[in-house]
Write a protein that binds this ligand. Structure first.
Ligand code: 3AM
Length: 439
């Protein structure tokens, strides 16, 4: 039986829940134990990164990113390496992903879309001016902070999934093709700056239209549509916005609009405020050097802290914000990826109830002690939804069940959880308060 969470530490950071799992990295929530500050830590496999042909470029870009403090770019605070892993410590961004807004509420009003697009161009312009290209701009990399400002993540990190060939140009073999520029797909090598702008154009189209400009279930047909820049603007998009979109989504990268030209565009300029920020003049880059030299003397240790004998009242209270089923759907928790409930049923019964509820919904189930992993066999918007569930004993007859999204789309997770919680009514323990609220 899990009695309480095993605490893991990396250097001064105490690792928390997994926020997401991508193709080449895992992102975990963590807290700086000296300052209490929350961060997100991207965890990469060291072997894979170091044998990459682009190590020098990745190192240079990460070093440059450490010097960038821009309101629309997710900050990189520091880099650490253990024997087998690389940890990139990032600013923790709390508002979810920009595209969840589209999925939830549909397309945006033109002035709202313009505000996000202006912030996106600010971020892109700033990083490009420092020689850092994104190369993989897509919805998952557009996050929102607590004030609703756009924060672009993974600048300088996407080189990790690319390759440079003998011609010195970048070649890409993976990634979402919908956002990728024609010259990237044609694999003739490309320039990072113009390719990033194309992706910005696709993003702007989605914000204004509520759907993708290029889409086809057949991959070859999709490639052809992208190569020919074959798209039509819906009637509600204004003439000026349409004109800008057409200048960005130009299949010829040498003819495509540039950032200085975008800054002069009529539609773009409306209400434009240049970003305000302070420059960092100095940042210690020894950590980046040490990680990429793989110097053993600088290795951080990953420590597991022994769990206490049982979850105590303090821990329970610290987690208790999520102790009922209802609050998953509070509006302020729109982007919640995990939730908890308490149960007076025996752990085995809770597990079999979860199993009974998840199987008919198309989930494969793996169990190990009191942990479960549910994987949807069908791929959703962001791949197969993976849900992790764990049961903790609080007192001999009281359990706390944590259900979190391990992989996939947060909204699909919410839909799944709604169905699951409906089937689990018998095992969920409600306090008298909750029963009064439900009555
Ligand atoms: O799994 P999803 O797509 O819901 O939003 C990012 C993504 O969520 C989130 O981690 C997942 C894998 O990339 N993420 C990435 N960087 C983050 C950050 N700095 C972040 N969430 C908060 N702060």
């Amino acid at each position: 039986m899990s009695t309480a969470k095993v605490k893991r530490r990396v250097g001064k950071y105490e690792l928390g829940r997994t926020i997401g799992e991508g193709t080449f990295a895992k992102v975990r929530f963590a807290r700086n134990s000296e300052t209490g500050e929350p961060v997100a830590i991207k965890i990469l496999d060291k072997e894979k990164v170091l044998k990459h042909k682009m190590v020098e470029q990745i190192k240079r870009e990460i070093a440059t990113m450490k010097l960038i403090k821009h309101p629309n770019v997710v900050r990189i605070y520091e880099v650490m390496g253990s024997k087998t892993k690389i940890f990139i410590v990032l600013e923790f961004v709390t508002g979810g992903e920009l595209f969840d807004k589209i999925v939830n509420h549909g397309r945006m009003r033109e002035d709202e879309a313009r505000r996000y697009f202006q912030q996106l161009i600010n971020a892109v312009d700033y990083c490009h001016s420092r020689g850092v290209y994104h190369r993989d701009l897509k919805p998952e990399n557009l996050l929102l902070d607590a004030y609703g400002n756009l924060k672009v993540s993974d600048f300088g990190l996407s080189a990790l999934s690319q390759q440079v060939r003998d011609d010195g140009l970048l070649h890409t073999t993976c990634g979402t093709p919908n956002y990728v520029a024609p010259e990237v797909l044609n694999d003739r090598g490309y320039d990072g700056a113009t390719a990033d702008l194309w992706s910005c154009g696709v993003i702007l189209f989605v914000l204004l239209a509520g759907y993708l400009p290029f889409e086809d279930s057949n991959l070859m047909a999709l490639y052809k549509k992208i190569s020919d820049a074959e798209f039509t603007c819906p009637c509600w998009i204004s003439f000026n916005a349409m004109r800008l979109l057409t200048r960005i989504l130009d299949p010829d990268p040498t003819m495509r609009i540039t950032v200085p030209e975008i800054l002069e565009d009529e539609w773009f300029k409306d209400g434009y405020k240049p970003p305000e920020f302070e420059e960092i003049n100095y940042a210690n880059l020894d950590d980046v050097d040490a990680v990429f030299k793989d110097s053993e003397e600088h290795h951080v240790t990953e420590k597991k802290e022994e769990p206490p004998a049982a979850m105590n009242a303090f821990e329970l209270i610290s987690m208790s914000k999520g102790l009922n089923l209802g609050n998953l759907f509070d509006t302020e928790q729109e982007f919640k990826r995990e939730t908890r409930f308490t149960s007076k049923s025996p752990a085995k019964e809770i597990i079999s109830k979860i199993e009974e509820a998840a199987k008919p919904l198309g989930f494969g189930i793996q169990k190990k002690n009191y942990k479960m992993r549910l994987e949807n066999v069908k791929a959703g918007r962001k791949g197969n939804l993976n849900v992790a569930a764990e049961i903790f004993q609080v007192a001999p007859s009281l359990h706390m069940v944590e259900v979190r999204k391990a992989k996939g789309d947060t909204l699909e997770f919410h839909k799944f959880y709604k169905k699951l919680s409906g089937s689990l009514k018998d095992v969920v323990w409600k306090s008298e308060d909750d029963q009064d609220k439900d009555a």
